[in-house]
Design a protein around this ligand. Sequence first.
Ligand code: GAR
Length: 191
Amino acid sequence: MPRVAILISGGGSNMVTLVKAMHMGAIAATPVLVLSNNPEAGGLAKARDLGVETAVVDHRPFKGDRAAFDAAMLAVLQKAQPDIICCAGFMRILTAEFIDHWAGKMLNIHPSLLPKYKGLNTHQRAIDAGDKVAGVSVHVVTSELDGGPVLGQAEVEVRESDTAEDLGARVLVQEHILYPQVLANFVKRDD
Ligand code: GAR
């Protein structure tokens, strides 16, 4: 079974759905590590509660030296020997060297209908643009930020009264359905 490492920066709700789906056998893969750049990430305790090993590489001491930060992450990840890396609310931009290491084997979930709204504040940007439909994408990570091939998307209606928080909450519900489905298919494809 492929070994999966999950990168998080925050609450880790997507990570939890991925780990649970793997534990239930809905995804034919094993979660081997949850790695965070943020020692305060709420997802770390959730991962430990689910029995998954965790690690932290705090980005702050690297003071913007992305190559050195990524090298430290790589060293930690390599010990866990993952076959697939899933970014799940991981909020650091990775270097091309890091990404190349898992070329075609690294996925990310992004809260917009890519190619729309790469980067941050996706829900507010969709609302400001008057979009009637927003959503979420899971894509292969390439060195172009949020630019790799899209593997799956789910749409969410934008309501007149929506704040970014309202819309984000409804998109998150779809994220929790989409990411496990896409990873399950991705794993099967790679058999
Ligand atoms: C999710 O909405 C995810 O799509 C987004 O961060 C949130 C993390 O929530 N990711 C990005 O914005 C990546 N650029 P979670 O920690 O509860 O999974």
